[in-house]
Design a protein around this ligand. Structure first.
Ligand code: COS
Length: 387
């Protein structure tokens, strides 16, 4: 847990304590088994629901706790201290819910948010396709109007919570020739006619999280499932990612902290050449760099999440930074943790091996770190052009 005083309110400290307790008592004891079996963590989802954590970021009038980006970051940081596959399952539901929170009409909010807030139904976000990853505007899934229905056709790829979630926000083309401005967002429910799931992916890490294809084969959904206005789908997707990316930074901080704790504890008890290896400067300097970079990541995520909650509108660059820096740090820190534990670090008996495998996805999902650098670079170009 963070030892630095970030002047949290009593409520925020309660969220940290609660999520940490769940990480230690419910997640850490089962994480190696879940990683091995690739089992979906339903039991832990129930614990998180019971603790009201699914409602953190959902407005109170829809059954949530009315917290913001910061409260969500605090929770996922602590959960990620336990396991980022489990945390990603939780966070992906928020990613699926944000488009409804941000752009849903009253009826859609009343219909979907209370169930998401209570953890009764998980949500998921469907943007990526086989041919459209970084190039999000390159999607091919279509939605065509047919009387009182929209008819969707296409396949979404690598969707977190695919098959397990019941509520999906899907980006599809409504005007093929308009590029990014021809996309719209829809709510699709598990069980809708023509909606099925493809194969569950086998992954290097993040193995307890479900990653599947979503297949739309003349999938008919009622007209009122259009989210926001027709043509706003790309903007909805981008604004959703802007709000969610600091959460990925927070997950990276939690994972990095866990790797550091394992490293310090090991270095204090491992004796070589007649002394604990923490007495060697080579190890101390590695640990010092790890701790400093983790604290820098945490401070960055907290500052940016608080700025977003304070109402800053122009958040794309900040949000990209809050994802980029901590996730690169997590890859470095978990790799160094394996190095400090040496041969033991490479074995499955110790948790740092899983941490290093898991860390890699953080530099890839919710926009690769190359895309984050593009977003930051393009924002700088625009800012300086205005000066
Ligand atoms: N907020 C609001 N509007 C945005 C926006 C944002 N964050 N980012 C882009 N837009 C707008 C642009 O202003 C532009 O509007 P106009 O058409 O009115 O000019 C439009 O959207 C298209 O933007 P742009 O030309 O920059 O789009 P690109 O196709 O070049 O793509 C990137 C932009 C690369 C940033 C986008 O495709 C992206 O984020 N890719 C990564 C996707 C991702 O994170 N995938 C992870 C899977 S989802 S978990």
């Amino acid at each position: 847990m963070a030892k630095v005083n970030y002047f949290l309110t009593e409520e925020q400290q309660m969220i940290v304590d609660l999520a940490y307790q769940i990480a230690v008592e419910k997640i850490i004891p089962v994480r190696a088994r879940l990683d091995e079996t690739e089992e979906f963590p339903w039991d832990i989802m129930k614990d998180l629901a019971q603790a009201d954590l699914f409602g953190l970021y959902i407005p109170e009038q829809y059954g949530g706790l009315g917290g913001g980006c910061f409260e969500n970051c605090l929770a996922v940081e602590q959960l990620a201290y336990g396991c980022i596959a489990v945390t990603t399952t939780f966070a992906a539901s928020a990613l699926g819910a944000y488009p409804i929170v941000l752009f849903g009409n009253e009826d859609q909010k009343e219909r979907y948010l209370p169930d998401i807030a209570s953890g009764k139904r998980l949500a998921a976000f469907g943007l990526t396709e086989a041919g459209a990853g970084s190039d999000a505007a390159g999607i091919k899934t279509t939605a065509v109007e047919d009387g009182d229905y929209w008819v969707l056709n296409g396949t979404k790829q690598w969707i977190t919570n695919g098959g397990e979630a019941e509520i999906y926000t899907i980006i599809a083309l409504t005007d093929k020739n308009k590029g990014a401005r021809g996309a719209s967002a829809f709510i699709v429910e598990k069980g809708d006619e023509g909606f099925s799931f493809g194969k569950k992916e086998k992954k290097m890490g993040l193995r307890a999280s479900a990653t599947r294809e979503l297949v739309f084969n003349d999938c008919r959904i009622p007209k009122d499932r259009l989210l926001g206005r027709r043509g706003a789908g790309f903007i909805i997707a981008m604004k959703t990612l802007d709000l969610a990316r600091p959460g990925i930074g927070a997950i990276a901080v939690g994972l990095s902290q866990a790797a550091l704790d394992e490293s310090v504890n090991y270095a204090r008890q491992r004796v070589q050449f007649g002394q604990p290896i923490i007495s060697f400067q080579a190890i101390q300097h590695m640990l010092a760099d790890m701790a400093t970079q983790i604290e820098a990541s945490r401070a960055l995520v907290y500052a940016i999440a608080r700025t977003i909650d304070a109402g800053e509108k122009d958040i794309s660059k900040l949000s990209a930074m809050a994802k980029l820096f901590p996730t690169d740090v997590a890859m470095k820190v978990t790799t160094d943790a394996v190095q400090i534990l040496g041969g033991y670090g490479y074995m499955k008996e110790y948790p740092v091996e899983k941490m290093m495998r898991d860390a890699k996805i953080l530099q890839i999902y919710e926009g690769t770190n190359q895309i984050q650098r593009n977003v930051i670079g393009q924002a700088l170009n625009k800012e300086y052009a205005r000066k």
